[in-house]
Write a protein that binds this ligand. Structure first.
Ligand code: NAD
Ligand code: UFG
Length: 333
């Protein structure tokens, strides 16, 4: 089966490419390299033995996309490409709607023109909004109380996919709602390497540990949680990548939606302690005020994915921390 990964040089896409290649899938990658580096392709080759064919194309470049699809003759698309900085999306909403929503519409048009009916979409726990309380299940109503334009783009794309499936009985779409991906490949060769200043917890923890950022600001210790700090469902990126392989094997006409998470919540201070334990070093942090739009607790009920896809997470926070530290050692070389 020939699979196109949009955004495939990015963090989650590159790990998924490796899992797919391992199982004999033919993988091609398109990316505009806005938030990833071309050298990722060599690292994929080093780990998997195969260097995927690469197209430097933007989702918004209709002609470039058309040409790629003409050459590619894909059976399925995994659509990772998108902008994901929550804070930036508040400042530049149009950029996010144009890139994420407009880009997905271009992709879907191209798929239709070239008779590609299968898509897996990278959605997010953010679509559950503020009104739903953890444990989050796929049946909960989504789209109400989303606190930023980035999250809105994920919700809108989910709705577009549902409408396309309604209009076309051959269309097969699987929506994967990721919780918080962390960790790196155990080889230490690939991991999260954002081109700009990070705003997620683990990339910041990494930069604090290398001294690039002085200390971690912990956003609030007055939530109603185990220790007052925010609780999230941190999923190892290799487990997440394997979730895509499981989803491919169970594609069916219409829309299928799955949470990809561990089902377990971990607080910010528990994450700090886990990093300190794995690295053997203190991680400087200070408690500051809450970050606007943050929720107290977000974690998945992942039982549907286990039931229907036969997938569940196998790795622990400790694995994610060890792999992150190993990855940091490789970057430092
Ligand atoms: P990433 O930034 O590492 O990868 C996304 C890739 O898409 C990047 O390589 C970027 O260059 C590319 N891209 C962006 N806009 C593009 C365009 N117009 N044309 C071509 N390429 C484009 O991010 P990631 O963490 O690997 O996330 C992958 C997907 O998963 C994204 O859609 C993201 O919103 C979603 N997601 C991520 C998280 C997370 O915390 N990492 C959580 C939930 C959902
Ligand atoms: N946090 C800090 N300090 C920081 C950064 C984060 O204390 O410097 C805390 C947050 O307050 C939160 C937790 O760490 O309690 C996780 O924050 P992240 O920014 O890493 O992740 P979020 O859960 O806020 O959001 C992420 C992605 C969203 C996605 C969501 C669910 O940024 O795009 O996970 O998948 F929608």
């Amino acid at each position: 089966m020939k699979v196109l990964l949009t955004g495939g040089t990015g963090y989650i896409g590159s790990h998924t490419a490796i899992e797919l290649i391992k199982l004999g899938f033919e993988v091609e990658i398109m990316d505009n390299l806005f938030n990833s580096k071309i050298t990722v392709l060599d690292k994929i080759e080093k780990i998997s033995g195969v260097k995927p064919k690469f197209y430097k194309v933007d989702l918004l470049d209709k002609d470039g996309m058309d040409k790629m699809f003409s050459e590619g003759q894909y059976d399925l698309v995994i659509h990772f490409a998108g902008l994901k900085a929550v804070g930036e999306s508040v400042e530049k909403p149009l950029k996010y709607y144009e890139n994420n929503v407009g880009g997905t519409i271009n992709l879907l048009e191209c798929m239709k023109k070239h008779n590609v009916n299968k898509i897996i979409f990278s959605s997010s726990a953010t679509v559950y909004g503020e009104q739903n309380v953890a444990r989050l299940t796929e049946e909960m109503q989504t789209g109400i109380g989303i606190t930023n334009p980035y999250g809105e783009t994920k919700h809108v794309i989910e709705e577009i996919l549902k409408d396309v499936a309604e209009a076309d009985s051959k269309f097969e779409a699987t929506i994967l709602r990721y919780f918080n991906p962390v960790g790196a490949h155990p080889s230490g060769l690939i991991g999260e390497d954002p081109n700009d200043i990070p705003n997620n917890l683990m990339p910041i923890v990494m930069k604090v540990s290398t001294g690039e950022i002085k200390e971690l600001s912990v956003y609030g210790d007055d939530y109603d949680t185990v220790d007052g700090t925010g609780v999230r469902d941190y999923i190892h990126v290799v487990d997440l990548a394997k979730g895509h392989v499981a989803a491919i094997k169970k594609m069916k006409p219409g829309i299928s939606i799955y949470n990809l998470g561990t089902g377990k919540g971990t607080s910010v201070l528990e994450m700090v302690a886990a990093f300190e334990k794995a690295s053997g070093k203190k991680l400087p942090y200070k408690i500051v005020g809450r970050r606007a739009g943050d929720l107290a607790e977000v974690y998945a009920d992942p039982s549907k994915a286990e039931r229907e896809l036969g997938w569940k997470t196998e790795l622990m926070i400790e694995d994610a921390m060890n792999d992150t530290i190993n990855y940091l050692k490789h970057i430092a070389k």
